[in-house]
Design a protein around this ligand. Structure first.
Ligand SMILES: Cc1cc2nc3c(=O)[nH]c(=O)nc-3n(C[C@H](O)[C@H](O)[C@H](O)COP(=O)(O)OP(=O)(O)OC[C@H]3O[C@@H](n4cnc5c(N)ncnc54)[C@H](O)[C@@H]3O)c2cc1C
Length: 485
């Protein structure tokens, strides 16, 4: 009998848990440890943030689903990893702290044969003074944050209905944020909702981000095929912004957010400010801060984790210049190299470097997006690592069998605004591969036949259908495995 312990029940962790259960033997034990009792389809938080969906539409309780599937669920957060054991039967174990109301604060040691770290990001609002829902800006990163953002947005709309002008600022709240696509989708939805309420003419809407140009999205931008022409995502995105009357500020590191004003430094070293009545700014991400200890209880956190707290896996972490980066630097198996029975998937693994070119202001402030790890690759990593582990259990080998490199994987992103069947529009983009490979695709870094962008109603339908399909799949309903990640 083998025990697979999975930390985190988000897109990567839940996928890993379901496939681990499905591929492993009945007597093998699958344990999921995650602090929130609910699963959240995070991409649809955008719609919660504009009042088009409720938290109930984007979440479900994990416990009954795991019970049905034969997965043990502990509502707890992992605190530390002890890969060499020394207690808990002297094998690898994690220390967890319960977060449910009955056992809150209780600490337990959970041993494992294989460990999958899928803890996602820490939303690091503390990196920028005044940033975050507890201070002066809103967020849509959790369904709770999205509810608060929508409440504030609706207040702004009521003011506009009374004839007041409102300044709306949406984007990234720090020079090293990622996930620009989420903020991009939110600004489109806010613009849509204002139009829908008949108050669009009463709002000045401004995008602020750490991207060098619009359309960078943390993937260094991309060339896309559109209507037979090859266009850069900068032109594509700028045209979308111009069509909607959205202003933009790029190359910006937000330094401080006050009640109605934010301060930023740009890549030219200028210090400027923007006034706002409503602002949604994404925080920078780091790892969740797990610690690691050896069998003598000495701290070995830096062996397992990069300085940003994300877990080191089979990537090439040698410090190199941007010109020397290779797509092969990116991990293939998501296996920790010191402890071969530990894996990290989704946002939890440490990327070897950014995808967008690193830049600094004359004052030395880094201002460039860090790499996104979106839903589709996170799910694929969860599935393939589950397959590798079940193969390793079967053969006794310490070599993973399944690869899921972002250098040989494509991704699709759909930013959709609107609610009705005919009253919506979406920007749909696909890319292959996610990590540009200039050896294989010298001109554009990506395969131009699989890298395209379109705008229209079809993408809006697809995004809505995907919402229901992924909620269905995540619950392990009949035929869930037939639905791709
Ligand atoms: C607003 C928004 C919109 C987005 N839209 C899209 C989109 O349209 N398309 C797309 O592909 N991607 C989108 N993304 C990105 C997508 O949500 C992420 O790629 C995905 O959630 C990453 O999955 P994950 O499992 O790594 O992390 P998460 O989904 O964040 O899951 C992490 C899990 O770990 C748990 N956890 C945290 N700390 C601990 C701990 N100490 N111990 C145990 N468990 C812990 C959390 O509770 C959670 O269950 C969006 C992101 C945001 C914020």
């Amino acid at each position: 009998m083998a025990r697979i312990v999975i930390l985190g029940a988000g897109i990567a962790g839940n996928t890993a848990a379901m496939y681990s259960r499905s591929f492993s033997k009945k007597e093998d034990e699958i344990i999921v440890i995650s602090p929130n009792s609910k699963w959240n389809w995070i991409p649809s938080n955008i719609w919660v943030g504009v009042g088009l969906m409720s938290p109930e539409d984007v979440t479900f309780e994990l416990a009954p689903i795991y019970q049905k599937m034969g997965i043990t669920y502990k509502q707890a957060k992992a605190v530390s990893i002890h890969p060499e054991g020394s207690t808990s039967n002297d094998r690898g174990y994690v220390t967890i702290e319960y977060t449910n109301s009955l056992k809150s604060g209780t600490v337990e040691e959970v041993s494992y044969d294989f460990l999958i770290n899928a803890t996602g990001p820490k939303l690091n609002f503390g990196a920028t003074e005044g940033l975050g829902p507890e201070k002066n800006s809103y967020s849509v990163c959790t369904y709770g944050h999205a509810v608060e953002a929508n409440n504030a947005l609706q207040e702004s709309i009521q003011r506009m209905k009374k004839g007041e002008r409102q300044k709306i600022v949406i984007g990234t709240g720090h020079g090293n944020c990622t996930c620009q696509g989420a903020a991009f989708e939110y600004i489109f939805n806010v613009e849509y909702i204002l139009k829908h309420n008949g108050v669009r003419d009463k709002a000045d809407i401004t995008w602020i981000s750490n991207e060098y140009e619009l359309g960078d999205f943390g993937i260094g931008g991309m060339h896309i095929k559109r209507g037979g022409y090859i266009t850069h995502s900068k032109i594509f995105t700028e045209s979308l912004f111009v069509e909607r009357g959205l202003n933009w500020i790029t190359r910006a590191h937000v330094q401080k957010v006050e009640k109605d004003k934010l301060f930023y430094e740009n890549l030219d070293g200028e210090e400027k400010s923007v006034d706002f009545d409503f602002t949604m700014l994404l925080p920078p991400f780091s790892g969740v801060g797990l610690k690691a200890f050896n069998k003598n209880k000495e701290e070995i956190t830096s062996n397992l984790f990069a300085p940003n707290s994300f877990m080191k896996v089979d990537a090439d972490y040698t410090v190199k210049s941007y010109e020397e980066w290779k797509s092969s630097d990116w991990p293939t198996y998501y296996q920790n190299q010191s402890y071969k029975n530990i894996f990290a998937v989704g946002i939890a693994f440490a990327p070897p470097h950014a995808i967008s070119k690193p830049m600094k202001s004359p004052k030395g402030t880094p201002i460039f997006p860090t790499p996104p790890r979106t839903g589709m690759p996170s799910g694929v990593m969860g599935r393939e690592v589950a397959r590798s582990i079940t193969d390793m259990i079967r053969t006794g080998s310490d070599k993973p069998t399944r690869s899921a490199s972002m250098s040989s994987m494509g991704a699709a992103c759909i930013a959709s605004a609107g609610a009705g069947l005919f009253d919506g529009t979406a920007v749909s983009m696909t890319m292959f591969p996610i990590i540009p490979d200039y050896d294989k695709y010298p001109t554009y870094g990506r395969d131009i036949n699989y890298t395209f962008g379109e705008i229209g109603l079809a993408g809006h339908w697809i995004k809505h259908i995907l919402h229901y399909v992924f909620m269905y799949k995540a619950k392990g309903n009949p035929f869930w495995k037939m639905i791709p990640e």
